[in-house]
Design a protein around this ligand. Structure first.
Ligand code: GTP
Ligand code: MG
Length: 200
């Protein structure tokens, strides 16, 4: 399941501009600033294959990265800026809907959730939306290295609260993994999980 090589392939403004290809792919989804681009860099062990930023909203396009010449990781724009009006949040769903519903090679979505903050409504909304649309998802909790966090709640406590809320809608909780792009926690587990989903 290890990554030997990874290359940036293409940025697409619309779903229909994505590479025409039958290789399997994983979409990386999550709130703006949750650590999507950082996770991709940590997975492929390249510092800046995906551009990261302290300012939310850095990734605005659909970015395809080809791994081992055999499968794709796809960096998608983040949703739910803390300060964005509801109208802008809705746009995310209409923008990415085209990608999710038409991308036949999509094996699954990694839904990234910041473990350093308590459960956020927009993340629960996104999980429910993906579930309703029958898109297989894995919860990837990010920033698990952050031990000094808001209101003194530790990552494991935030994760437990999130899972309790999810179980209200999903008796069968989706697979989940704790990660940190800083320490490398969860990297090997996630790569193995993705290889199992691809069946090789
Ligand atoms: P958008 O492209 O704006 O949607 O953001 P993104 O989800 O791609 O987030 P990005 O990877 O750019 O990271 C946002 C900030 O969080 C950066 O300052 C990162 O250094 C930081 N960060 C990301 N992952 C981790 C992590 O595992 N631990 C810690 N402590 N910080 C992280
Ligand atoms: Mg990004």
């Amino acid at each position: 399941s290890q990554i030997k090589e990874a290359e940036f392939v293409k940025s697409s403004g619309r779903a229909k501009d994505c590479p025409k290809d039958d290789r399997p792919e994983f979409g990386i989804v999550g709130r703006s600033n949750v650590g999507k681009s950082s996770l991709i860099n940590a997975l492929v062990r390249k510092k800046e294959i995906a551009l990261t930023s302290k300012k939310p909203g850095k990734t605005q396009l659909i970015n395809h990265f080809l791994v081992n010449k055999s499968w794709y990781i796809v960096d998608l724009p983040g949703y739910g800026f803390a300060k964005a009006p509801d109208a802008a949040r809705m746009d995310w769903f209409s923008f990415t809907k085209g990608y999710f519903q038409n991308r036949e090679t999509l094996v699954g979505v990694l839904l990234l959730i910041d473990a350093s903050v308590p459960p956020q409504k927009i993340d629960l909304d996104c999980a429910n939306w993906l579930g309703r649309n029958n898109i297989p998802m894995t919860f990837v909790f990010t920033k698990c290295d952050k031990m000094k966090v808001a209101k003194g709640r530790r990552p494991d406590e935030n994760i437990r609260s999130f899972q309790e809320l999810i179980r209200e809608n999903y008796p069968q909780h989706p697979p989940w993994i704790m990660t940190s792009s800083v320490t490398g926690l969860g990297r090997d587990e996630l790569l193995l999980h993705m290889s199992q989903l691809r069946n090789y």
